[in-house]
Structure formats: C-alpha cells, structure tokens
Design a binder for this molecule. Structure first.
Ligand code: MD3
Ligand code: FE
Length: 200
C-alpha cells in the first residue's frame, strides 16, 4: 500500500502486522530492562506525562539543565543497542540515510499527552525522523514550520509508521490524547511510540 501523504508527513498505515508488532514490544521490554523508563522533567521542573527511555548511541533526556541527546541514561548506564528490527524499518523507509543513532521510546499511559513542538535538537535536518506506533490509538496533530500554521489531526493505530522528511522535518506536531484500552497489544493498555533519529 502506498503511504498516505498529509502535510508532507508520510503515513504508512498498517506497515507492521501483529507478529511484527509483538516482536517490537519484546524488543522494547529488553530495552527497558537495561534502561528503565523514567519520567522526564521540563526545564521548569514540571513532570512530563509521557515516560521515556532510549536505545542506540544517544538517548533523548530532559531535566532542569534542558533537553539534549546524551550517551547515558540518567542512572549513568549506557543505552542498550538499537534493536535490529527497528533498524530494519529505518533501512526500508529511509533508504540512503545514515543508520539512526537514537531510538527514543515514549510510553503513554492513560491521560498522557505531548504538546505541540518541533524536533530540532538534531545536528542535520536532512535526515528524516521515523516514528512507529504500538498499542492504543493516538490523536496525532500535524502543523507547519510556524507554530501558528493550521494543524490537521489523524488517529494513529498500532503498526502505523510515520516518516517525517523534507519540508515536514521541522513541522510542529504533538499527541493530543490516546484512546486508552483501544488495543490489546500491551497487557496493561497504553501506547508506545518509537522515534528513530540521526541525532549527531
Ligand atoms: C514530525 N513523539 O518524541 S511521533 C517526539 O507519538 C514525538 O510519541 C510523538 O513527537 C509520539 O518528539 C510523535 C511523530 C513525530 C516524531 C518526530 C517528528 C513527528 C515528527 C519530527 C519532525 C516532524
Ligand atoms: Fe517530536
């Protein structure tokens, strides 16, 4: 199936079948055993509602010192290796780009959300960002490069993969809400998003 194109975002609906989704959940469990989920704090000391961890050479962390890519988990351990299944998705959907050095794992429990923002902590915006949705459905809001640009929303489901490259790379985006309990993939409900990036 060709991807849906919305505002320069490339949405591969149903890219992963259920066994592939289950294999990714198992890989995420392995990542979380080595690098436990933590609750990031904003620079203002507010707890984020999404819990996070990472795999790869660099993980994304946020604390009172600010947002940044870091070579270690906040507990001081190195991040686990990027799972091979995750790298395979990148190589299929981002051909020609260097391998990702970062896989951010976002875990949305009931009521978690992520405000409208841009991803601009990476060194080179020529490389796309690839996002994999697992578990409960999420209302994904897409805007433009200017924060005031009009936005459009779509529901992302488990197994959908979004590629943000070209003009969409610096577009604003966020998760307004999840439909908690809409998927049976995760035993205790919720949503996991994997975001693959070339950070350095
Ligand atoms: C558009 N995560 O971690 S993924 C993030 O579902 C983030 O957890 C959301 O935004 C989530 O930064 C949305 C979709 C996404 C990811 C990166 C992008 C959209 C993007 C980078 C540029 C433009
Ligand atoms: Fe983002």
């Amino acid at each position: 199936m060709p991807p849906l194109r919305v505002k320069g975002f490339e949405i591969h609906v149903g890219y992963l079948d259920v066994p592939a989704q289950q294999a990714l959940v198992a890989a995420v469990r392995g990542v979380a055993r080595a690098a436990p989920f933590f609750t990031p704090e904003t620079r203002r000391g507010q707890k984020m509602s999404v819990r996070m961890t990472s795999a790869g050479s660099f993980g994304w962390i946020s604390d009172r010192k600010g947002y940044r890519y870091a070579p270690r988990h906040p507990d001081g351990t190195a991040w686990p290796q990027l799972p091979a299944e995750v790298r395979a998705i990148w190589q299929d959907l981002a051909p020609g780009a260097p391998d990702p050095d970062s896989c951010l794992v976002n875990w949305y429990g009931e009521g978690a959300r992520m405000g409208l923002h841009q991803d601009r902590d990476e060194a080179d915006f020529r490389w796309p960002v690839v996002s994999v949705s697992l578990g409960d459905q999420a209302l994904f809001r897409m805007g433009g490069t200017d924060r005031r640009d009009a936005t459009e929303s779509i529901w992302l489901s488990s197994g959908d993969v979004v590629v943000m490259g070209g003009d969409a790379r610096l577009a604003h985006h966020g998760i307004d809400r999840i439909r908690f309990g809409s998927s049976t993939l995760l035993d205790r409900g919720g949503r996991i998003n994997l975001t693959l990036r070339v950070s350095q």
